[in-house]
Design a protein around this ligand. Structure first.
Ligand code: GDP
Length: 300
């Protein structure tokens, strides 16, 4: 919990501490206070609509409970944020018949490779047999990087050479995962955005080939997003969501971000659960997202 608390320091400064200042400065609960609160929420990247919605909920509670102290507002806001995020602690979907296949998608630079390495380590530490598939064949460096992370996590990697068909890599990885009785196969995919229509077709094909080789696979399509990009992350979710049916989000770099409020925006505007959060560059800096823990760490 302390690591999480530390990693949310920037978001806390840019958000909760400003709310503290606001309620101390303006003792009375009036229209101007609500307006300033809404503005703070927008600045914290919770999104314009969500900010308005949250303020409306706070306003209703204030009326119902006949609250007069501005200081109470912070707790009421916390309650409502918690309410919005709850139900989000869904773990990664495991298939009843192994291997469970996780296809990991996301734009280059968001922390995709790192997250795959951390995920492999996380599940390996839980006693699962994990295999990685290097289906980002667009850049040789991507395969090399993934191989380094496979080594760190102590898991095996299936790869072809640069330029190979990503769907073929995915297919071979799945065959290998079955043959080696792996519990979990994590497949990396390309994240070049400058040719995005091709990329989306490529990702769809990877998904189709997996499903044909094992009906129901991939069991999870995990989209990796960089928390420091704020509202950009929302656009990326729409883009990938439409193409490949994202089932969950791994939100990275929360430790360096002042925009942790994006967690709320993702949940409210897209209703895709944040499943994992990255809070550092180390191999064990990935953890399941838990709404209660997150909000408690933010509002300490
Ligand atoms: P990819 O291009 O999406 O595969 O991105 P990489 O996995 O290579 O990561 C890009 C950079 O982000 C690297 O320097 C990582 O160390 C860093 N990174 C990834 N996840 C996190 C995180 O949760 N916190 C921090 N601070 N850095 C991260």
């Amino acid at each position: 919990f302390n690591r999480l608390k530390e990693s949310l320091a920037k978001t806390r400064q840019s958000f909760v501490e400003k709310i503290d200042n606001l309620v101390h400065r303006r003792r009375a609960i009036d229209e101007e206070l609500y307006e300033e609160l809404e503005e703070l929420l927008v600045q914290a990247d919770v999104g314009v609509n969500t900010a308005a919605d949250l303020v409306e909920r706070v306003r209703r509670t204030v009326r119902e409970r006949r609250v007069e102290e501005a200081g109470e507002l912070k707790n009421i806001l916390k309650e409502h944020i918690m309410e919005m995020l709850e139900g989000d602690s869904a773990p990664v979907n495991f298939s009843s018949v192994p291997p469970t296949v996780i296809m990991v998608v996301g734009v280059n630079g968001v922390g995709k490779t790192t997250t795959i390495g951390k995920l492999a380590y996380y599940y390996k530490s839980q006693g699962k047999k994990v295999l990685l598939g290097a289906a980002d064949t667009f850049r040789a460096a991507a395969i090399d990087q993934l191989e380094i992370w496979a080594g760190r996590a102590g898991v095996e990697l299936i790869k072809h050479r640069e330029g190979a068909d990503p769907a073929a890599v995915a297919f071979d990885s799945l065959q290998a995962a079955k043959a080696r009785r792996a519990d979990l196969l994590i497949i990396d995919t390309a994240g070049r955005l400058h040719t995005k229509s091709n990329l989306m077709e490529e990702l769809k094909k990877v998904g189709r080939v997996l499903d044909r080789a094992m009906p129901g696979a991939p069991h999870e399509v995990l989209l990796v997003l960089d928390a420091t990009t704020g509202q950009n992350a929302i656009n990326q979710t729409r883009l990938f969501g439409e193409a490949v049916g994202v089932t969950g989000i791994a939100l990275t770099k929360l430790d360096g971000s002042a925009k942790g409020g994006v967690v709320i925006a993702i949940k409210q505007s897209l209703d895709i659960p944040v499943k994992m959060i990255g809070i550092g560059e180390g191999i064990d800096d990935l953890r399941p997202f838990n709404a209660r823990e997150f909000v408690d760490a933010l509002f300490v």
